[in-house]
Design a protein around this ligand. Structure first.
Ligand SMILES: O=C[C@H](O)[C@H](O)[C@H](O)COP(=O)(O)O
Length: 226
């Protein structure tokens, strides 16, 4: 990617992230995702730190950034329903179903999203697609089940590749599944989760986003779920 394209994409990420601030209720505990787009959101949230109670985080990386900026981070087990969860995506379709987990944080992201009333997805417009699957679908697997899970994934029509050298925050491994053209995201999400040894997969289809803020680096378009 050229330097100019990269800085336009960064600007798009920043604009989408800053637009999410208006969805943060005062005095709330905010659900915070993971990734380069969310990092801009965390930076914007820091300016509001005296107006919110704190955050629940989806990764060690986001926790470290939140704490560094003086935003208290709570354990999810001590918190009830979260009003708003803000997170990025690797791909998002017009139904606001997503592929996530490019950064390996999919499982904790799915947990925090499940507890949250409203999911706001923030992304640059390169993530907006008609059909999910061009981006390899991450699947988090218990290490001893890696080969078995990979064979089961092949039987479902995907090409799994072990993400070497990566251990998730939960101590597991990731298989990135290539060559999927995902016409029925909810079906595939369920089938993958039924494989013994799979912890979760990066399809956020059953619980997609409620709002997507997508930027081209100039404007931010707001999409709501169809
Ligand atoms: O595990 C990572 C997350 O699912 C991210 O939200 C996703 O990979 C998008 O990251 P970025 O904002 O860096 O493109």
């Amino acid at each position: 990617m050229s330097q100019q394209k990269k800085s336009q994409q960064d600007q798009a990420k920043r604009l989408a992230a800053e637009a999410a601030i208006e969805f943060v209720p005062p005095r709330s505990i905010v659900g915070v995702g993971t990734g380069s787009t969310v990092n801009y959101f965390i930076d914007a949230l820091a300016a509001l730190k005296h107006d919110i109670e704190g955050a629940v985080s989806s990764s060690e990386a986001s926790t470290a950034r939140l704490k560094k900026l003086g935003i208290p981070v709570y354990d999810l087990n001590g918190v009830g329903e979260i009003a708003v969860y803000v997170d990025g995506a690797d791909e998002i379709n017009p139904h606001l179903q997503m592929i996530k987990g490019g950064g390996g944080a999919l499982t904790r992201e799915k947990i925090v999203a499940a507890v949250s009333k409203t999911f706001v997805c923030i992304a640059d417009d390169s993530k907006w697609v008609d059909v999910l699957g061009e981006f390899p679908l991450p699947v988090e697997v218990i290490p001893m089940a890696r080969s078995y899970a990979a064979r089961q994934i092949v039987a479902l029509g995907g090409d799994p590749v072990y993400r070497e050298g990566v251990t998730t925050d939960n101590g597991n491994v990731i298989l990135d599944v290539y060559n999927l053209h995902i016409e029925k995201p909810i079906d595939l999400e369920e089938k993958l989760n039924q494989i013994t040894g799979v912890v979760t997969n990066g399809l956020f289809a059953k619980r997609g986003a409620d709002i997507a803020l997508i930027s081209d680096g100039h404007d931010v378009k707001k999409h709501t779920r169809r």
